[in-house]
Design a protein around this ligand. Structure first.
Ligand code: GAL
Length: 647
C-alpha cells in the first residue's frame, strides 16, 4: 500500500469533451487532491471493436495527471461489457432465478462463470496493464467494480456447469454429495453430477445444504473471476497494489482479499444506510469494520460527496460539514486514504442524479469548498492516521460460512449488526474476527448465533478464556456441522462444555409476545427466540421473568464464558453491561458523539444536530474550542502527550 496519505476523487474523462480534460485535472489538483481513480467503465471506448484497442484518452489523462503530481488508480473495465461482446456471445449474460436473461443497457449484466467472458476480461486487462505498466504515477489497480453490487446471483447455463465442477471437486463422488446434502430427505438424490444444477424455483422451501453450497459457490466464482485479472496485473506491474471496492452480498471478502488482493477497499455511501436524518452517517461503521476485518489498513475508493440518486430515487444531500465528518470517520475506522465519488456530476446516463463534488454546472459550491478545507487539513493531520491507530477491545465473530447458513435457514434474524451498533453508540468499537484469527488482542469476543462451528473453534475459545479473555455466546450457537446438518446432541453443541450448560426447552417468540431477562438487578427484553437453560458446570446468573419459563435460567456463566440463551434484536444493553463489567469503557459525552481513543490522540465526531460542549485544543484547526458544532470534528492530543510536548 501507498505510504503517503491518499486523498482523491473518481474521475471519468470519457463523460466530458476531451478538450476539458486538462482543466478538469488542474481543478482536481486545485481542490488539493493527490489521486484519481479512472477507467472502470470505459471498455467500449478502449475496445470499440474487438481487438482494436485505443487507450489514448486514458493515456492522456494519466500522463497529464503525472505532470500535475497526481497519482492514479486504474479500474479494469469489466463491470460494463461492450455491446459487441454480449451480442456475439449471449452465453456471457447472467440469468435470473426465473430464467430471465439480462440484456445490454446497464452494467453487471454478465455472469462470472463464462469461460468466454473470462477470456475477454483477460485480454482487455492485459492490453490495459501493458499500456500503463510504464506509468510511474499508476500506483494501483482496482479489479472490476463493486462485484455483486447489482447482480449477486446467476443461474445461467455456464453457472450450472461451473457449479457441477465445483461440487465434484468438493465431494468427489455423487454419493458423498447426496450424503452431505441429506438428499434422502424428500427423494432429492442425484445419480450423477451432470444432474445437479443451481437451485431453481420449487414449490417448497429449499434444502439448506444445497443453498449453503450455492452461496459458497457464488463467492468462489467471484474469487476465480478476480484471480484472472490479478494474475495479469501482477505479471506486468508487480509493484502496483491491487484492490477492489466492496462490500456486497455473496462474497467471502476474507478469501477474496487473501487470494486476489493486496488489501480490500470500501465504497462508503452513508445516506443509503440511514435515510431518516438523525445521526446520519454513523451507520457506515458496520461495513467499515467488516472491511477492516479483511485489511487492517484500507482505502475508501468512493466516499459519498453529494446527494446520491439514480432515476427512481434521490438521497439527502450531505449537510455542510458532513463530507468532512465522514472523511474523519473513514480514517477513524481504519482507512488510510479517501477518494470522493465523483469529481463532477454527469449530464447524462443512469446516474445523472448522482452528484459529485461539482454539480452539473461544474461551478464552485459548498461541497467543493468543503473538500478544499479537508485537503488542507489532511496535509497537516492526514499522516497522524497512518500511524496512530484506534484499538478495538471487543470482537464479534463473523464468517462467511455462517452468513450462508443463516441465509439458507433464516428463521430468526441475526442480531449481530444490532449488537455492533448498540456497542458503537456507546463508543465501544468492535472488530470482526473469524476462525484462525489472533484473539489475543481482544478482551471480549462475542459469538452471535454462530450455528456452524467445530471443535477447533471451541478449543481456540477455551484457550482465549483460559488466558483471561471473556467470551459471550448466544442462542443456537454450535449446533451445526459444516454441511449445516444439526449435530445429534443438545444445544449448544460443540460449545456445551465451554458454555457449561445445555438447552432444555426453547421457543420462537412472536412479535406480540414478551419475554425479559433479569440480570444484575436490571431487566432486558429478548426478541425472536429464547432457550431455557440447564446449568451443567456453569452457574445461572440471569433468569426469565415471564410465562412458563419464569425464573428459568436465561444466562449461564462458566468461568469467563457467558451463554445468553436468546436473541437481542430490539435491545442489546445486556452486551454493553457485560462488557462494561470487564472492560473499562468511558461514558459517551453525548449520544451523537462518536469518540475514538488512539494512542496519542482522541478523535471526536459529532453526528448530531446539536453542539456538544467540550473544552479542548483541536489539533486540526490548532485552536482552543468550547464545543464541537453539529457535524463537527475535533482531534485532541491526550494529556500525557500534550504534557510531554510542553516539556
Ligand atoms: C457505486 C459505484 C459507482 C456509482 C456509485 C453511485 O456503487 O461503484 O460506479 O454507481 O455507486 O451510485
Amino acid at each position: 500500500m501507498n505510504n503517503k496519505f491518499l486523498i482523491g476523487c473518481c474521475y471519468y474523462p470519457e463523460h466530458w469533451d476531451r478538450s476539458a480534460m486538462k482543466s478538469d485535472l488542474e481543478r482536481i489538483k486545485g481542490l488539493g487532491l493527490n489521486c484519481v481513480r479512472m477507467g472502470e467503465f470505459a471498455w467500449s471506448i478502449f475496445e470499440k471493436e474487438e481487438g482494436k484497442y485505443d487507450f489514448s484518452l486514458l493515456e492522456e489523462a494519466v500522463s497529464y495527471a503525472e505532470k500535475l503530481g497526481i497519482d492514479v488508480i486504474l479500474g479494469t473495465p469489466t463491470a460494463a461489457p461492450p455491446k459487441w461482446l454480449t451480442d456475439k456471445y449471449p452465453e456471457v449474460l447472467c440469468t435470473t432465478k426465473d430464467g430471465v436473461v439480462m440484456s445490454h443497457g446497464g452494467r453487471q449484466h454478465h455472469n462470472h462463470t463464462s469461460e468466454i467472458y473470462l477470456k475477454y476480461c483477460a485480454t482487455i486487462t492485459e492490453a490495459m496493464v501493458k499500456q500503463f505498466s510504464g506509468c510511474k504515477n499508476v500506483i494501483g489497480w482496482q479489479i472490476d467494480n463493486e462485484l455483486n453490487c447489482h447482480r449477486y446471483e446467476s443461474y445461467s447455463k455456464t453457472d450450472d456447469a461451473a457449479f457441477r465442477v465445483w461440487l465434484k471437486k468438493k465431494y468427489g463422488t455423487v454419493e458423498e454429495l447426496n450424503r452431505c446434502w441429506g438428499n434422502t430427505f424428500w427423494s432429492l438424490d442425484f445419480g450423477d453430477f451432470s444432474d445437479v444444477h443451481c437451485p431453481r424455483r420449487i414449490p417448497t422451501n429449499e434444502n439448506p445444504s444445497w443453498m449453503t453450497d450455492y452461496y459458497l459457490f457464488l463467492s468462489d466464482t467471484v474469487t476465480d473471476y478476480a484471480a484472472v485479472q490479478t494474475r495479469i496485473i501482477r505479471r506486468y506491474m508487480p509493484d502496483a497494489f491491487i484492490t477492489h471496492n466492496g462490500y456486497f452480498r455473496n462474497i467471502d471478502y476474507k478469501k477474496l482479499t487473501r487470494e486476489c488482493l493486496d488489501f480490500l477497499s470500501y465504497d462508503s455511501y452513508p445516506a443509503f444506510r440511514e435515510r431518516n436524518g438523525r445521526a446520519l452517517g454513523r451507520n457506515a461503521a458496520y461495513k467499515l469494520a467488516l472491511t477492516r476485518s479483511c485489511s487492517e489498513k484500507y482505502l475508501i475508493l468512493e466516499q459519498q460527496s453529494g446527494p446520491g440518486g439514480q432515476t427512481p430515487y434521490l438521497l439527502p444531500t450531505p449537510i455542510p460539514g458532513q463530507i468532512r465528518l465522514w472523511t474523519y470517520q473513514d480514517l477513524a475506522h481504519g482507512a488510510v486514504g479517501v477518494l470522493y465519488f465523483r469529481y463532477r456530476t454527469a449530464l447524462y446516463g443512469t446516474e445523472q442524479l448522482w452528484y459529485g463534488i461539482y454539480g452539473h454546472d461544474g461551478e464552485e459550491n459548498h461541497r467543493s469548498r468543503e473538500v478544499r478545507e479537508i485537503t488542507k487539513e489532511m496535509e497537516r493531520v492526514g499522516d497522524i492516521f497512518l500511524k496512530d491507530r484506534v484499538k478495538h477491545p471487543v470482537a464479534i465473530y463473523y464468517d462467511y460460512h455462517n452468513v450462508c447458513a443463516d441465509k439458507a435457514e433464516p428463521f430468526a434474524p441475526s442480531d449481530a449488526e444490532f449488537i455492533f451498533y448498540a456497542l458503537e453508540k456507546k463508543n465501544i468499537h468492535t472488530d470482526f474476527v473469524s476462525k484462525g484469527d489472533d484473539l489475543g488482542k481482544y478482551k471480549v469476543v462475542i459469538l452471535p448465533h454462530i450455528t456452524v462451528a467445530d471443535e477447533e473453534l471451541a478449543k481456540s475459545l477455551e484457550r482465549f478464556t483460559a488466558g483471561g479473555g471473556i467470551v459471550i455466546i448466544s442462542a443456537r450457537s454450535g449446533v451445526k456441522d459444516e454441511n449445516v446438518h444439526y449435530r445429534p446432541c443438545k444445544e449448544p453443541g460443540v460449545f456445551r462444555e465451554l458454555a457449561g450448560c445445555s438447552v432444555d426447552w426453547f421457543t420462537s417468540l412472536f412479535a406480540h409476545e414478551r419475554q425479559n431477562v433479569s440480570f444484575g438487578g436490571k431487566t432486558y427484553p429478548v426478541s425472536d427466540y429464547y432457550e431455557m437453560l440447564s446449568p451443567e458446570c456453569g452457574v445461572a446468573v440471569g433468569n426469565y421473568t415471564e410465562g412458563f419459563c419464569k425464573d428459568g435460567a436465561a444466562i449461564v456463566k462458566n468461568g469467563n464464558t457467558y451463554y445468553l440463551g436468546f436473541y437481542s434484536n430490539t435491545n442489546a444493553d445486556i452486551y454493553i453491561d457485560i462488557i462494561r463489567s470487564h472492560v473499562e469503557c468511558r461514558e459517551p459525552i453525548a449520544e451523537d458523539l462518536e469518540e475514538f481513543d488512539m494512542d496519542e490522540y482522541t478523535l471526536y465526531l459529532n453526528h448530531g444536530y446539536e453542539s456538544v460542549e467540550l473544552k479542548c485544543h483541536d489539533v486540526i484547526k490548532d485552536e482552543n474550542i468550547e464545543s464541537i458544532p453539529p457535524f463537527g470534528v475535533a482531534l485532541v492530543k491526550k494529556m500525557r502527550y500534550a504534557y510531554q510536548c510542553q516539556e
